[in-house]
Write a protein that binds this ligand. Sequence first.
Ligand code: PLP
Length: 469
Amino acid sequence: MSGQTFLTSWIQAQKLRAPQMKNASTFERNLEEALDLRRANHGLFAPGVINGWKTGQGVDFCSNDILHLGVTGQIREEFEAELARNPGYSLHAGGARLLDGNYEYIQQVEQEIADFHGAETALIVSGGYDANGTIFGALPRPGDAIIYDELVHASTHDGMVHSVAPCKQSFRHNDCDSFRETLTSIIDSQPMIRDGSRCVLVAVESVYSMDGDVCPLRELVDIGKELCPKGNIEFIVDEAHGTGIIGPKGAGLVKALGMEKEISVRLHTCGKALASIGAVILGSATVRSVLLNYARPIVFTTAPSFPMVASMRAGYNLLRSGATEKAQANIKHLVKRFIGIMRADETFQKAFEMGIIWIPLAEDIEDRDFLCHIVPIHLRQKYCYWLTFHLQLAGYCIFPIDYPIVPKGKSRLRLIVHGTNTEAHIDGLAKAICDFSREMIEIETSADSSSKLPKSAQHIYAQMAEARA
Ligand SMILES: Cc1ncc(COP(=O)(O)O)c(C=O)c1O
């Protein structure tokens, strides 16, 4: 599907429905009213229409198939080889993990994954969302406190809702001073944390999915050790976006920093860079046993089936064999190339100075210890969709990230660089962004700038008006 087709179907999806539903049931009308709230902000997406890159009509700068193990067929090939190595496999696990659902293959794969990451044990669960529900629903004990980075994923927030820990406080994103202040205030106000009989659990991510920046894990852990000398502080690191990208052979940030012994719980997901399915929770044998026995998403569900576990193993086989190293290196090379072009472009720099568009990574790339695949592009808020139109029409599949995924006023485009993207893709994308920047500079510096729209937005809004008429 081309950018134009995507935009047309997306425009059609924005047509308000509830006002025309006077004769419908209250239930249906109320639901459409909820959808209209999204439509009114041009924010309703219909599954299945946003995949121009899948048909080869657009360049993939958006999917979670980061290493392109899916696009290239590598994961399918490895998965089929894994099936062939295990003839007679069954599709069903046969029960919950603690009852009839355990089997030798899953235990073997778990141990392999644990070894790959340098962890004592691993526990396979159906996905990252469930994993966070599992972790935060089961591990905090009464009287424990949870401190979390303000930008942790929705699944961590939802998991914490089920936690018995009475005290949950956030700290400013990746801000060590704010972490220190929050931890100090918890220690001051909670006698059982102070005396070491209860724990502080710290929830962070290795790579933040909307900002693409990496957690200052070493610094946070050092602050934790300093302020909790009794050792009652533990870190839970969600490596969903670090898996396959950061660290030796993509083993993650914790492994890259050599902090395997200092981090109590890690979460790796397989639905992103590994192009498969499922997630794995790493920790001690005690952690694993508590999760198996107490976590409701494990106790009350059927165990992961063989095909799912085999797909995870296929992904890990590719990581372990070094088959993904070229793609990992290419991502870093292309991110540097993109930033280099944007920095050298005078038009982009002028637009940056005028506050039209900015790329945080372009301002401090030298200071970052790790480069990953996510490059957010910030703009004056109303320009976010305009740049999306411009890029989609130019054949680049890239999406705006809007409220409620990010806070109001913080919308941005999220560029995801992939394993088989090329220099030509990056150069073309950079040129398209610079062309858009030039157009916006001309508009902002012209008389009566408030009523002017860039060409791509004129085109799309005209279609939208037609669709709404
Ligand atoms: C940080 C983080 N944790 C967990 C998840 C959920 O992972 P999954 O898609 O495997 O459910 C995501 C998904 O976007 C994520 O970004």
